[in-house]
Ligand binder design. Structure first.
Ligand code: NAD
Length: 476
């Protein structure tokens, strides 16, 4: 008997042991002790889940959208009621401080509540063709959607794709990260208690190559919503191209956060700080390139370093606090970038190493006088690491900001409204924040320019992206 709880797949409303009989450990990032065992899935498990989803499909798709919406709203409420329990699980698996996890899970609940509310708004159009023909459109679900999610905000990222997919009348086979599968397994089961029909949300756990790839390749999967790295997104896109299947790809970032000399500096410094250290830097939208106008550069560097020293690190602390890096592989990757920064000749202002003797904690880290030739300015580190890049004129800031393969988010700090319009329009990014950083709500569309992705999640735009439009023309 294992010492820790064992979790099977959740398929067709039931827990199902993996076809191969294998389980793998999920590990606590503070002491690296096992938290649970999860099923190691394979292509047979994926096929079983897709079949279960197909069986649930017509009942769910044919339900009146208002009713479907009511169920999803109840799912959101259920999640909200269980934030403490789910939060503890998520904190055990990925290390997010207990004081911080409610925000992420309450947003997950909001996705179900929001898409529950807007489910009946998927209206078609009638198109005028004169008196002899009648033309109209409907928005139809794809059927089975494959949802593949990463480890950095487990249930939040899952809900972001699953809620709109279900609201539009699809059913889902979900493959969470093998590092953080527990909250999806537990909550997909809880959702049955408030009326989500069995088979509408199936969870198959395991490795990317064993579960993710067969899910993307499965002929009955009509669309894939993927959140994760560019490398994996590219592989999924290649398979999708062969299948002629639509994908939403929400990938990485190396977002610029630009501070102009006329900004409210205290607000900008706090925004810049949160922009790269929140969730210990494990946020795709993180503003890790902080571009500062040269005349305020020293002041900003000093203020940032001072504010960084005040951030408490520990998992059991109230907000705002930073937890460990979520897994050893990512921890080693971040430490590796400290060596790369040294080789590139970057100036270390603060941090630059482990923060505690025990646990995968990394000290919030800031480099100064960085330029775009350095790897720490170009590559996504996914840890609490920011780089300061000085600039002179507005055009220089825009050039540097756009000098990246990524294009997920950007920040602008200024009091000049004309500059706001000029700069936000010139920035190549899917979401731009002005005098703030991050928009954690569920209503505004989010997605990447360039290598940061394809398609949009969140808001009404995402709902439509989980449908295909049918046009009907009737000869009268
Ligand atoms: P990852 O690409 O390694 O894994 C993401 C998911 O894909 C996991 O479930 C994994 O098991 C699965 N996977 C891995 N290989 C696969 C394959 N060959 N086929 C199918 N599935 C496969 O990413 P990660 O390390 O879990 O997450 C970190 C990355 O996610 C970062 O780059 C981050 O920026 C990105 N991210 C993006 C967003 C966004 O909204 N744009 C949000 C969160 C994280």
């Amino acid at each position: 008997m294992p010492d820790v709880q064992r979790y099977d797949h959740f398929i067709g409303g039931k827990r199902l042991a993996p076809d191969g009989g294998q389980y793998m450990e999920s590990v606590d990032p503070v002491d690296e002790s096992p938290v649970a065992e999860i099923a190691v899935g394979n292509a047979t498990d994926v096929d079983t889940a897709v079949q279960a989803a197909q069986q649930a499909c017509s009942q769910w798709a044919e339900m009146r959208p208002l009713e479907r919406g009511r169920v999803l709203t109840a799912v959101g409420r259920k999640l909200r009621e269980n934030v403490d329990r789910l939060g503890r699980l998520e904190s055990d698996e990925m290390g997010v401080p207990l004081g911080m996890v409610p925000t992420s899970l309450e947003t997950a609940a909001s996705y179900f509540e929001y898409y529950g509310g807007v489910a009946p708004s998927l209206e078609g159009e009638s198109i005028p063709l004169g008196s002899t023909q009648f033309s109209f459109t409907t928005h139809e679900p794809y059927g089975v959607i494959g949802v593949i999610t990463p480890w950095n905000a487990p249930l939040n990222q899952a809900a972001r794709s699953i809620a709109p997919a279900l609201a539009a009348g699809n059913v889902v086979v979900h493959k969470p990260s093998e590092l953080t599968s527990l909250t999806a397994l537990v909550f997909a089961e809880m959702a049955l208690e408030v009326g989500l029909p069995a088979g509408v949300w199936n969870v198959v756990t395991g490795l990317g190559a064993d579960v993710g790839t067969p899910l993307v390749m499965h002929p009955a999967v009509g669309k894939v919503a993927f959140t994760g790295s560019v490398a994996t997104g590219r592989r999924i896109g290649e398979i999708a191209a062969q299948k002629i299947m639509p994908v939403t790809l929400e990938l990485g970032g190396k977002s610029p956060n630009i501070i102009f000399e006329d900004a409210d500096l205290d607000a900008a410094v706090m925004g810049a700080l949160m922009g790269f250290v929140a969730n210990s830097g494990q946020i795709c939208l993180a503003g890790t390139r902080i571009l500062v106008q040269r005349c305020i550069y020293e002041e900003v560097a000093q203020k940032l370093a001072g504010a960084m020293a005040m951030i408490p690190l520990g998992r059991d602390l109230p907000a705002p606090s930073l937890g460990p890096i979520a897994n050893r592989a990512q921890y080693e990757k971040v430490l590796g970038y400290f060596e790369i920064a040294k080789q590139d000749g970057a100036t270390l202002i603060a941090g630059g190493g482990p923060a505690k003797d025990r646990g995968l904690y990394i000290a919030p880290t800031l480099y100064g006088d960085v330029d775009m030739s350095m790897r720490i300015a170009r590559e996504e580190i996914f840890g609490p690491v920011g780089v300061l890049i000085p600039f002179d004129a507005e055009e220089d800031a825009i050039t540097v900001a756009n000098d990246t393969d990524y294009g997920l988010a950007a920040g602008v700090w200024t009091r000049d409204v004309s500059r706001v319009h000029r700069v936000t329009s010139a920035l190549q990014a899917g979401q731009v924040y002005v005098n703030t950083y991050f928009e954690m709500g569920v209503e505004s569309p989010l997605g990447g320019y360039k290598n940061s992705g394809i398609g949009r999640e969140k808001g009404l735009m995402a709902l439509k992206q989980y449908t295909q439009t049918k046009n009907v023309v009737i000869q009268l």
